[in-house]
Design a protein around this ligand. Sequence first.
Ligand code: G2I
Length: 448
Amino acid sequence: MRSLRTALSLASLVTGALMLFTAPAAHAADTPLRDLAAAKGKIVGTAVTGSKLTGTYGDIAGAQFSSLTPGNAMKWGSVEPTQGSFNWTEADQIVAFAEAHGQQVRGHTLVWHNQNPSWLTNGSWTSAQLSSLLQNHISTEVGRYKGRIAAWDVVNEPFNEDGTYRSTLWYNGLGADYIANALTWAHAADPAAKLYINDYNVEGVNAKSTALYNLVKSLKDRGVPIDGVGLQAHLILGQVPSTLQQNIQRFADLGVDVAITELDVRMALPADSAKLAQQAADYKSVVAACVAVARCVNVTVWGFADSDSWVPSTFPGYGAATPYDDNYAPKPAYYGIAEALGGTTTPPPSTDGCTAAYSVTNQWSTGFTGEVRIACSGASLSSWKVNWTYGAGQQVTQAWNATCTQSGAAVTCANASYNGTVPDGGSVTFGFNGSWSGSNPVPTVTLG
Ligand code: G2I
């Protein structure tokens, strides 16, 4: 079981320092998702948390994706926790990271019923006051990032499941025209940004998506600036709506862009290989539906790693909803996305049942000797690769019983010609010498 196997297994002390960490297999496809997407004329994005944009998380966010959506940082409650006192720190950080990595930003979100500041939700406002608060909020936030945000989720989740308007602060105080006004104000603040209405459970053709369709049509007819619809796509394993592509197409035919804005596919935990395979098929079919429609411009996942997903805390017992596991190893879902984007790489053979354990067997003032043991139980391997990233500038200087290469902090070791086979119930080891200074922390190792 992946979730069990991926738990850092143990840290023990034997003759000095012997620490074992195990993690599952995988290699990302050779071509990053963003390059595959670009070749199809698409953008592929992820929601991110600003404070995490360093280390492996930052490396993946920067290398694999061509668009970032702040998961929370641009919401009203985040940017103006006290009336008139703003905190743009995380939002600025995400926008700067995106610019440094040649990425678009999807701004999320200006008008919503959730994650508003308490001064706003607890206040009692006349409709004129509410309207002016909303206009100021939109002008301030959109204006701050003018020219730097590709698309804004201007209005988020305006509908009930039956297609009636959701009863919110905005609808109740301002009527349905809050939507047209918000779009108009956003357009005034940044005429170049693409303006979206974003909702969930609108992926297939149903009452809610038809209400959204009718709204977009009437906004277009009235000349209100509306450029796109966001289909959030918080999906359940095996339940990609069969009418997804047809639904995307009908919005495109209205003359607006479509984005899959918050894709994830949750499953009952624990994950197993059958569920992960179904999840890969689900991701693949969602991305393929977008690829099939020219005006579907962006597929964004709502967090790229299971450890960064909103799902487990909202749906107890569910999770494993994203394309990377808790240790940032790509899951079958990652390869499903890559394949839908035309990638030809195939996932490495499953190493379920096999683990790699890294240990320091000897250490002196400037150097150390390390060993990695690859062991299988209930599985076997005919070849293997082990990867890790050093956290403290260590350098592999020499290896035996494997071929090791190091690029920056990233080390990859592949089996020698004579020890690729690891039988069920057996293990092989390889060793290496390395240099260190300051500290010599044990890295997390992945097997593929
Ligand atoms: O709920 C999933 C998404 C549905 N569509 C709109 C999205 O904006 C929404 O995102 C989620 C965030 O991913 C969560 O991270 O929105 C949630 C709130 O409705 C976010 O959860 C909140 C928690 O409820 C807070 O307790 C926490 O302080 O995240 C906050 C920051 O971590």
